[in-house]
Unconditional design. Sequence first.
Length: 302
Amino acid sequence: MSSPGSQFSLFESVEAMPVEPAVSIVEEERRFSDYVVYVDESGDHSLASIDEGYPVFVLALCIFHKRHYSEKIIPAIEKLKFNYFGHDSIVLHENEIRKQKGAFAFLSHRPTRDIFMSALSNIMEASNFILITCVVDKVRIGKAQGAADNPYHIALGICLASLRAFLTEKGQDHLQTHVVVECRGKKEDAELELEFRRICDGDNVKGQRLPFEIIFADKKTNLAGLQLADLVARPVGVNYLRSTQTNQAFEILKKKFYCNGGREYVGQGYEEVGLMIYPSQKAKGPGEPTETMTPTGNPQST
């Protein structure tokens, strides 16, 4: 009998599963964009008490093309789960993986952990998605603006502006795009929804209405997109805090960031485009708002 966490060879389908052809929809009748966005965060959004070991809040938006997401990413995640756990109800959670807790306790065996992390990294590397993140430096914002601000709301406004720029590049900014976030609690969700709708109604840098719809999903819904978003948020924060240290996860993510110049420039030109820092490191004085750059040319393909 195999022990928990045993590695099995990836299974292959006996025969190809039929894939429904894309439904032909007249452009004027389209309601939804080709993209879906999954959101997660790293760190808490409190300014009253700041963790000295991780004094940042990171919001991460993972943008997936729906066809690639449904046909490639979900099956890859499902296979990983079946191979290591025997079922697919497990939820990949960065904190539990990193600390080898709960269902991931088997990762305390170093050789097994190396193989598992390699498999997970391969999925991340092969998955085509665009990453938009905002790192809020809570120490700097606390000194500049006080403890009344909400880092989550600040990061959300900045990231949604960049998301709008991406959809404009794709010619889909007139279509509705769903933004899926994980439920955090009744009070927190109500506050987030209010802020989200306020931003989308035009209370943003450019005063534009944003065609986004927020969807709250419980962790138990086990969405692959939310789990990937959870896995990318912390490496971005760690890289900001310790940029000189080796960060293999961030090296993979560098090629995912929304960037200037298109596919030929993936891995560069993403600062203040797909990776924003608040308060801006280029700010001339305390409290000066972040000015994100508008990318030129087509962004990298998803």
